[in-house]
Structure formats: C-alpha cells, structure tokens
Design a protein around this ligand. Structure first.
Ligand SMILES: [Zn+2]
Length: 385
C-alpha cells in the first residue's frame, strides 16, 4: 500500500500549519477545574470538526456540573464500510491552572513547541484533525465509523467522562488513545498500571502536651503507625506500589494532635491484585487506644494489561514500517482513559499522540515533526482497522 507514504508526505508539508493550530489550542487555557476554559476549547474544536463534516455533540459531564463539556465527534461510515466503530480518545483538560500561560507562553524553537498542555495532550487533538484532513485530501475514508471523544477531566480521574467512554468503547472494535508517547521517540504504550487513591482520616483527642498528656490521643502518631503498616502493602517486584503522598495533621506544638489525614496513591500491574489491595485498606483498624480511623477511596482506573494491546501494537508497527517510522512499545505507571477501555477487554493502543518531554512541568514540549508522523499513523490505522 503506497497510501501511508503519500499521506505522510502530504502531512509533512503542513507541519508549520499543524504547529500553528497547536498554538491556538494551547493559548486557550483549560485546567480540569476551569469549566469556562475547557468549554471555550471545546467550542473551538467543535467548529473545526464541523468544518470537516463530522457530527458534533457536546455532552454534559456525568454527575459533576463543575466540569467542562465532553466533545463527541462522529465520522459516519462511508458507503461500503465495515460494521461497528473505532473509538479515538483524548482529553481537553490540562494540569495547569489559569494564568500559567503568562509564565510559560507557547513558543516554537529548534523543532520543538513549548507550552502548557502541548504534549499532554493538545498535540493529540491536532493529530486527530490532521489525520482526517490527510484522508480527505487523498480521497480516502476510514474503514468503519469513527468516534472521537474528547474528555474534560482526564487529569483528575475521568469521573465525569467515564460513562461516555465506557459506552462508546463497548461498541468499538478498537480504541486508539492520543496520549503522548514515551520518551523522545514517542514509544507507544501497551501497558499501564492500575491506579487507586485512598484517604485515611484519624481522629484523636487534643490535650496539653505538658499538663495532661495522658488525656490526649495523638492523631499524628496514629497516622504514622498506619502509614508504616500500609507501606507494606506494596510489592515492587509484582508491580505494586503504595505511597502516602500527602499528610497533614495537628494544630501547633504543645497541643496533642486531635486530627491527621493522609492521601495514599496505589498502583498495580495486574487487575487481579486490585481487590486484594482494596481489602487491605478496608481492613485497617486503629492502633492506639481511643483513636478513630476512617478509610475512604478505592481503586479508580484498572490496569491496562499488555495482552489487550498486543495485536494492535503489532499492526501499528507494520504500518509504521510502511511509513518509514520505527515504532517501539513501552509500559508506564501512569493511568489514562485507555485503562478504562482495556478493562472492558476492548483492544486498546495508547501513546499514539506526540513525542516530546516534560509533561506536567514548566519545560513541557513536543517535537513538531511528530505531528505529521503521528497523524499519518493514525490515518493509516483508521484505513485498516
Ligand atoms: Zn494526558
């Protein structure tokens, strides 16, 4: 098939225009908590997709009115297309609060485009539009109906997008996720750890640390003992990590702490380990006499196990060779919406977005040449899946 090469050639000539489009998206700040910002980005994207003949719907976030809209863009099946659909996933929200752009403006230098959310993952939104443009310019159409679903709270757990993502995934032959690839060459992601979050709240009893310490129950001490206990739930060799990432408690020295709280991050490679770890947390009981303990939270995103992605990855690699691109795979401890779709058993390939570095940091950037490359890969996938 000579088509992938032709698509890539066409796209490479448009790298400056794709980079400019990325700049427009990055200049609309869209923190997960900034409903107005996310909705402004959704409006711009909706217009771009409508221009290209997609059927666009803005979906209300499920259960959380404080989040921005989701965007569902449907490319109807061409005549003679296969039944079913392909789901392409991405998110419009970023981890950067409004105002970050002033310190971290969008700029392009030496083949890199810098700015908040460039890599994670506004470049992915550009890649999807570019893939569609390339197909249309070549007079080609995807093999099935394609649904592009852009969520608005991926960076804070996808609570409001999850029902829509799962509903579309269940109807799909494959899910392609436009999260960034790993490392400077943008390795595809074929496995992701499952992610959970637990909060421990300890209630003790305040007392004067000098006058009547015997009347106090030290919530900070209780929490420290609990953390020592839960740290042992981890098993790095099995791919299980447990980390208390936030602790707070007490009021001031000289007062025995009446309150303390910890937030704990849990990751695991195997889905089968999730219920066991959750049970360990639920089984925690107070250690110091008189202390009260409340445990909340649970496992949020199940792991994306490699076997779910294996065949799709092999297929992408074959297409990559036709494009002259060497595609490698990677696994990561970070979660994405791909975790949700893989858990349903739907073949899911992640990391199809841009290559770059520094996601979630002041140096976040993409390599601009990955925009046409990844758009050509996505177009080739849509032609063949
Ligand atoms: Zn992301």
């Amino acid at each position: 098939m000579a088509e992938p090469r032709r698509l890539l050639h066409w796209l490479r000539a448009r790298e400056p225009a794709l980079t400019r489009l990325l700049g427009r998206l990055v200049r609309i700040e869209s923190s997960s908590y900034d409903r107005a910002g996310v909705n402004r980005l959704a409006a711009l994207l909706a217009a771009e997709w409508r221009k290209r003949g997609a059927r666009v719907e803005r979906l209300r976030p499920a259960g959380s009115p404080s989040r921005g809209h989701l965007l569902r863009c449907e490319l109807p099946a061409a005549p003679g297309a296969l039944p079913g659909q392909i789901l392409v996933l991405g998110h419009m929200d970023t981890v950067y609060e409004r105002g970050t752009l002033a310190r971290m403006p969008f700029r392009v230098a030496r083949g890199r485009a810098f700015g908040p959310g460039t890599l994670d993952m506004k470049a992915g939104l550009v890649i999807a539009l570019a893939a569609l443009d390339a197909l249309r310019a070549a007079g080609l159409a995807p093999r099935r109906r394609v649904i592009f679903l852009w969520s608005s709270d991926e960076e804070i757990g996808s609570e409001s997008a999850r029902p829509a993502i799962e509903r579309e995934a269940r109807r799909s032959a494959a899910v392609l996720v436009l999260e960034p690839g790993t490392g400077p060459r943008g390795k595809l992601k074929t496995a992701r750890k499952g992610v959970g979050g637990f909060a421990l709240e300890v209630t003790g009893r305040a007392a004067h640390a000098g006058v009547n310490p015997q009347d106090g129950v030290n919530a900070v001490h209780e929490l420290a003992l609990q953390i020592a206990r839960l740290a042992r739930f981890g098993d790095p060799r099995r791919g299980i990590t447990v980390n208390a990432d936030v602790v707070e408690g007490g009021t001031r020295t000289n007062v025995i702490a009446a309150r303390a709280r910890a937030e704990v991050d849990v990751r695991c490679v195997r889905a089968a380990d999730m219920p066991r770890i959750a049970a360990c947390f639920r089984a925690l009981r107070p250690i110091l006499p008189g202390a009260k303990l409340r445990v909340t939270g649970g496992m949020n995103r199940p792991p994306m196990e490699r076997r779910i992605a294996a065949r799709l990855f092999a297929h992408a690699q074959t297409l990559g060779r036709k494009l002259g691109l060497r595609l490698e795979e990677s696994s990561t401890g970070g979660g994405s919406d791909g975790n949700l779709t893989a858990a349903l058993g739907v073949p899911t390939l992640d990391g199809l977005g841009a290559a770059g570095a520094g996601a979630h940091t002041p140096g976040e950037h993409i390599r601009t040449r990955s925009l046409p490359e990844r758009a050509a890969l996505l177009a080739a996938l849509l032609l063949t899946l």
